[in-house]
Design a protein around this ligand. Sequence first.
Ligand code: ADQ
Length: 732
Amino acid sequence: MPLRLFQISLRFILPLALILGLFALALLPLADNLTQRWFLRDLKAQSQMMATALSEPAKVALLSKNNEAVRLRLDSAVSDEHVVAINLCDARGRLVSQSSRAISPLNCKSKSVEGLLLSESILEQDGMMLGKLILAQDTTFLDKRSAQVRHYLIGAFVLMFLVISLLNAWITHWSWLSWIKSLKSLLHRETGTTINLAPPEFRPLVGDLRAMLIEMNRERKVQQQSPQAWTAEKLRSLLHDELAGDEVLVVSNREPYIHEQSGDSIVLRRPASGLVTAVEPVMRACSGTWIAHGSGSADRATVDSHDHLQVPPKRPEYTLRRVWLTPEEEAGYYYGFSNEGLWPLCHMAHVRPVFRTSDWQKYVAVNQRFADVVIAEARTDDPVVLVQDYHFALLPRMIREKLPKATIIMFWHIPWPNPESFGICPWREELLQGLLGNTLLGFHTPFHCKNFLETVDRYLETRIEYEASTITHGGDLTQVEPYPISIAWPEPDAASDVVHAKKTFRHELHLPEVHCLALGVDRLDYTKGIVERFQALDRLLETHPELVGKVTLLQIAAPSRSSLDEYQNLEVRVRKLALDINQRYENTAAPAIILRIEHYDGEQLTHCYRSSDVCLVTSLHDGMNLVAKEFIAARDDELGVLILSQFTGAARELHEALIINPYHIEQGAQALYRAITMPELEQRERMRSMRQRVRDFNVYRWAGLMLLDAARLRRRQRVSEKIHSHSHQGLR
Ligand code: ADQ
């Protein structure tokens, strides 16, 4: 039974267990009391009967003083299982006769003896009292009986619980299966070309139902595949088991290590890139070759004669192969087509994409250059090639043409728009054909996958299996799947103390020791909603003047694509807005905004994350957003509040963040106020849950699931190649 069903059943079973448990708790003392009363009543009735039977011989004995005869009668009565002793007393309360199993504390005056039920029966003749019979019955068996009744009752409840649970699980499972079956048959009818029998009222729902089925399939697959935590070690052993001896090549535009000339010396720089953050740990785990554009001013000076460099420089784990581009190529392929065309096309941030034929030509040429490098670097005819991002949409098809047996996996790090939006690209068919050279194409979310399938459906002649999420085009099969990207979970830093970090950081920023610090960390990009973030702070200070001088937003923005007009304009706008707000809320204690347009290294960023009270991620559209996850990972004190835009992929995972619509400035201001005033208990609860999620769904899982799927497709391809070659030999 699928895990999900088990969870659904659990939601029923746990309350049922609780109700039955409570019911049993209430019922047990009642049942106990009732059975005791029943048994006592029986004992009393029994003693009554016995007294009646013994009364005649007892009277005779009292009148005749013949004790021997009556003693025999008393002994025979005591042979009954519960009557343990009988005393016959005269009217003066003297013992006349006694059963031979006498009980020492029992005499004619006894009113109660522990463990015995005493019943007196007065013996009379003609209205005159002759004496009395005292019957003693054993009551210790009553406790045993009640224990037995209790056990039977508990057993009955457990049995009832099991039967109801099993019945419920079976009914849930059965209804689930028949529901899925009827949904599938409905969708098949809908996609059938000759007949279309789906009832008309269902047709508008078909797309949603199909997406839901695909999502459910995926969830089940993920739950089956990754029950334990993913680590670098696990990824390495997976690569070893599943892709044994296979060569892994990564292609991306941005390189993980940049060498820059600084005066007479060369400095090493790590780029501010979510892609690099995510792919680097994977490369370290699998020791392959990373092919990327050598963009640093000292990059040429640091490679060998094959343009190779072993990285990380301090402890090499894999090879970096640099590819050189001319300034014209970089302007057309990178700044032009990729960042003025595809970037705004895929992000709905209301910046118009610009498409120029000259840029497109450079894009094609550079993609071809990288394809040639991949082919030259490949030592086998079937390497595993991991292509990163929108700079290389044409690369998969180009590699496929030369290395048809290669397993090509591409991850698209930014959103995929709907078919209408994508349709405005003059080279949409070429881009889609290029992407369908992939064996596996990954996006952050199921929604982006759905958009991609629908775009292909709209613009190319292909066969699409929506439920399996595959596209067949010109004999090639491309699997399209969501793989939410993440970060590597950091090692705990025992030496670092958050309280101390907070103090020193405020000191470094010339802020009061007790001061609320909100943080923004982004590339300086118009999709990140930096302007909207500042406006939300502005609104907060306007509506809560008591916070002026008590709250500061530290915005760290890494310069990015700064040769493009759009980015230059953004920088001017961001600087001006920060200045305006600071002037408006001028305060001697602290400024409203501290703006740092600079690149920070990893350690500095962690220091910022740990020292802040609030982290603001207000992207207008973002594939995932790793800053949100980095902030959470840094907070081992389990404090701090994350404000997260609903338009990020991360919002689909981090439900305990304060989710906002960044376009709604009041909502942003309210979220900020809520974050600033949130009690520590609530912060901890939210943070703990998000930390668990990010720790489990880390970057190794992202890569691992993608590589597992690739290995499965690779096996399938090898089997079909064998069958193909056997059938050819058979024909000959
Ligand atoms: P980006 O748009 O670059 O990534 P994001 O995911 O937030 O966005 O990653 C940014 C990375 O750069 C983070 O690792 C962050 O630490 C770093 N960074 C940001 N500002 C910095 C600064 N001032 N100095 C140094 N480092 C800085 C693209 C997509 C995202 C997707 C990632 C990964 O746009 O949606 O999450 O790829 O797939």
